[in-house]
Design a binder for this molecule. Structure first.
Ligand code: IMP
Length: 430
């Protein structure tokens, strides 16, 4: 089965949008398998910038089927806005399929996400995107969620909405002192949005399986990153879905073997938004410099991202977990002209070397990164480079060091925000 899975190897924001865009033109079908409006996949084409929150990045290529999978959570009002904006810019949406099994994010999910975050003490905030993701996945697991298909059965929708809203309003009022949300408003607005997406709603899993059965290449689009995975990330500072490659089968409705080649995406340094462990974080002016040079501000929330050195212990874990043997290294250009570069090759605790990631918060607090320093490189030739020959020797050494330490192949290097700024280091994954 010629398929590939794109997965973030860090804490999200690795630049998956651009890589997805580069690969999508080679496939029949792209399936987004988890997450929701918390994601922001960016593609820059000439002077135009596209940011997709729900819609798979392959939508820019007419003829590619783009499935918003059953494992995602969809804010239908936000999606409607996303589709209108895309239509206005001439994007052909005829290949879009919205899974009828995906769960719907409703205003009470957003309200609860916000209220819970506000109620947490400073040290306990997760720093969520406040898009209602956690509460919506919680309803899914509690078997009280509302799915896309339910929106076209007005009686079912009305009954479930009434039941859920009564419960959520009680929580919002009694625990958080908030005014109740209006049933009529949610009912009317959601059904209006549902009507506008109706032409695209279908059996997303069936579409993906049909493409696979025909031997056509399929691309599975991960959102966020392994370190935000509900099971394997830095719990509880994670998102509420399976952001690793393991999420593909259940979130896209395909057999596990369909995952195909896993291409892990990682930045040439590390960033994270929101709270939680980050051993190589730079809290000094170097971190600020990385943030400014890399324009490290969230595509969805605009929040400044925390920045730090590349962490090979964390990446080794992410590669092992996802099965990524090939990676795409992004934002190498940001490090151009930065000066000597540190890379974390291990951790130490109490004088002992530690090469695994702890499961608990206290375990993270006691780790000290062990760094190796590598020579820096010039950014002028690197920006926009499209072939390995254009890369400075020290930049190639940085890449080789990562390959050797992780035991993976760097197949692509992104050298700038533009669609064309991509170096193919081998024959590619598809
Ligand atoms: P939630 O997904 O909104 O519940 O947020 C949970 C955590 O995941 C927070 O730390 C967010 O900042 C982070 N997060 C969620 N989506 C993304 C993303 O697309 N990129 C980076 N971080 C994200």
């Amino acid at each position: 089965m010629p398929s590939a899975t794109i997965v973030g190897l860090q804490w999200g924001d690795e630049g998956k949008g651009k890589v997805l865009d580069a690969l999508a033109k080679q496939v029949r079908c792209v399936v987004r398998y988890q997450g929701g409006g918390n994601a922001g996949h960016t593609v820059i084409v000439g002077e135009e910038k596209f940011v997709f929150h729900h819609v798979p990045t392959g939508i820019l290529y007419p003829g590619v089927k783009c499935v918003i999978g059953n494992g995602t959570v969809i804010d239908v009002e936000v999606l409607t806005g996303e589709l209108s904006a895309a239509r206005e810019r001439g994007v052909d949406l005829s290949g879009l399929v919205i899974s009828n099994r995906a769960h719907v994010v409703l205003p009470y999910h957003r309200a609860l996400d916000d209220a819970r975050e506000q109620a947490r003490s400073k040290d306990n905030k997760i720093g969520t995107t406040k898009r209602g993701i956690g509460p919506c996945y919680a309803d899914k697991a509690s078997r009280t969620g509302i799915r896309v298909a339910d929106l076209y059965e007005p009686d079912t929708f009305a009954k479930r909405l009434r039941r859920n809203l009564d419960e959520k309003n009680a929580i919002l009022h009694h625990l958080f002192g908030q005014a109740p949300l209006s049933y009529d408003e949610i009912y009317t607005r959601t059904l209006a949005a549902a009507e506008s997406i109706r032409p695209y709603v279908g059996d997303g899993g069936q579409v993906a399986r049909t493409a696979l059965d025909a031997g056509a290449p399929v691309l599975f689009e991960g959102a966020q990153g392994v370190m935000l995975d509900l099971d394997h990330g830095t719990y509880p500072y994670v998102t509420s879905s399976s952001a690793s490659s393991a999420g593909v089968a259940s979130g896209a409705g395909v057999p596990p073997a369909a995952v195909g080649t896993v291409l892990g995406i990682c930045k040439a340094y590390t960033t994270r938004v929101g709270s939680g462990p980050f051993p190589t974080e730079l809290l000094d002016e170097q971190g600020e410099r990385l943030r400014q040079l890399g324009h490290e501000f969230g595509a969805t929330t605009g929040r400044p991202r925390r920045c730090g050195w590349l962490d090979l212990v964390q990446l080794r874990y992410a590669c092992a977990l996802t099965g990524a043997k090939r990676i795409c290294l992004t934002k190498l250009d940001t490090l151009g002209g930065f000066g000597p570069l540190k890379v974390c090759v291990g951790y130490e605790r109490g004088g002992q070397r530690v090469n695994t990631l702890p499961a608990d918060g206290a375990g993270w607090d006691t780790l000290t990164p062990v760094y190796e320093e590598l020579p820096g490189f010039d950014g002028d030739e690197l920006l926009g480079a499209t072939s390995p020959e254009q890369l400075p020797a020290a930049a190639l050494d940085y890449v080789r060091f990562i390959e050797e330490q992780l035991g993976v192949k760097v197949s692509y290097i992104s050298t700038g925000p533009q669609r064309s700024a991509l170096v193919h280091m081998d024959e590619g994954v598809l």
